[in-house]
Ligand binder design. Structure first.
Ligand SMILES: Cc1cc2nc3c(=O)[nH]c(=O)nc-3n(C[C@H](O)[C@H](O)[C@H](O)COP(=O)(O)OP(=O)(O)OC[C@H]3O[C@@H](n4cnc5c(N)ncnc54)[C@H](O)[C@@H]3O)c2cc1C
Ligand code: FES
Length: 284
């Protein structure tokens, strides 16, 4: 079997695809909270994605990718049996897994997939785990069954009320607190504003918040400085020191500014890819 081969491709909704990839070395050493950097083709962008699952016996890793720009759209158009050009990892510092007591794992959108391995590891370490899953609509809410099976309690919130409670994950956390849940720590992964407001609320409610940061990354090994974030007033490199950091003192506004810097170029690049894609496969 050739390394980097896609063994399973399973769409989870219109924008999100689950891939099981043959990569024995990474499968042997992956830990919760780590990620890989993928490239689809020569000259292609290096894209960080979280290790959602791994099987050391079968030599496989699982990633779940949301098509958001050119590279992720290109990845999600790859077929079963095809290969990623590079799969580098495992990268990043694993999340500190210990018994915190009761923990909330909070996922927004594709962040639900990213928080899943952390929920599993926290459960194995004896924590009582409450999953708080948020998405814009029911269609975009992924892995609810898997989370429900794994966690002691699962609460869903959708912006439009199409599934679970109507509102955001912050509303769900406030409702848990008001209902008497005593939560010790929270692990948050999702869009940056969602992480910012969830961390702020948790801090107010006496829950210690941690957030997994997603700055733009290049090498993923601490060399380029592209993934700089500010935590507790200090510059940290998210690719090697994170991506999970204590969230109370993260400068989320700086992170929003830095991830938006290339938006016009990213938009242009996606539009060009979509034009080319029409010509090549005739699917759209
Ligand atoms: C440690 C880490 C783990 C990640 N895990 C996953 C995962 O498991 N699944 C998944 O689908 N995505 C994950 N991401 C986000 C993913 O890397 C980005 O969506 C991807 O780089 C976008 O590339 P693109 O070329 O498709 O889009 P681009 O053209 O580069 O960007 C398109 C849009 O996405 C935004 N964007 C760019 N880079 C990021 C980023 N790093 N995070 C969030 N938004 C971004 C841009 O501001 C722009 O609006 C992770 C990011 C990090 C840093
Ligand atoms: S991505 Fe280059 S230092 Fe982190």
């Amino acid at each position: 079997m050739q390394e980097n081969t896609i063994l399973v491709k399973e769409p989870l909704n219109s924008a999100v695809v689950k891939f099981v990839i043959y990569k024995p070395l990474i499968a042997r050493s992956a830990k919760a909270g780590q990620f890989v950097i993928l490239r689809g083709r020569e000259g292609g962008e290096r894209v960080p994605v979280t290790l959602v699952d791994w099987d050391s016996e079968k030599g496989t890793i699982t990633v779940i990718i949301q098509a958001i720009g050119k590279s992720t759209a290109m990845f999600n158009s790859l077929k079963q049996g095809e290969q990623f050009l590079n799969v580098a990892g495992p990268l990043g510092t694993p999340v500190e897994i210990k018994n915190y007591g009761t923990v909330a794992v909070v996922g927004g959108g594709v962040g639900i997939a990213e928080v899943y391995p952390i929920a599993r590891a926290l459960k194995e370490a004896g924590n009582r785990v409450i999953a708080v899953l948020g998405a814009r609509t029911q269609e975009l809410l992924i892995l609810e069954n898997e989370m429900t099976e794994l966690c002691d309690k699962t609460v869903c919130a959708t912006d439009d009320g199409s599934h679970g409670m109507k509102g955001m994950v912050t509303d769900a956390i406030q409702a848990l607190h008001d209902g008497g849940e005593k939560i010790n720590a929270g692990f948050i992964i999702g869009p940056i504003p969602m992480m910012k407001f969830t961390a702020r609320l948790m801090d107010k409610l006496g829950i210690t918040p941690y957030a997994s940061l997603n700055p733009i990354m290049l090498d993923g090994t601490g060399m380029c400085g592209c993934c700089r974030v500010t935590v507790e007033g200090k510059v940290r490199f998210a690719c090697v020191e994170g991506p999970m950091f204590p969230a109370r003192t993260i400068d989320f506004d700086e992170l929003i500014r830095r991830t938006s810097e290339y938006k016009p170029l990213e938009k242009e690049s996606l539009e060009n890819f979509q034009k080319d894609h029409v010509c090549k496969c005739g699917l759209h």
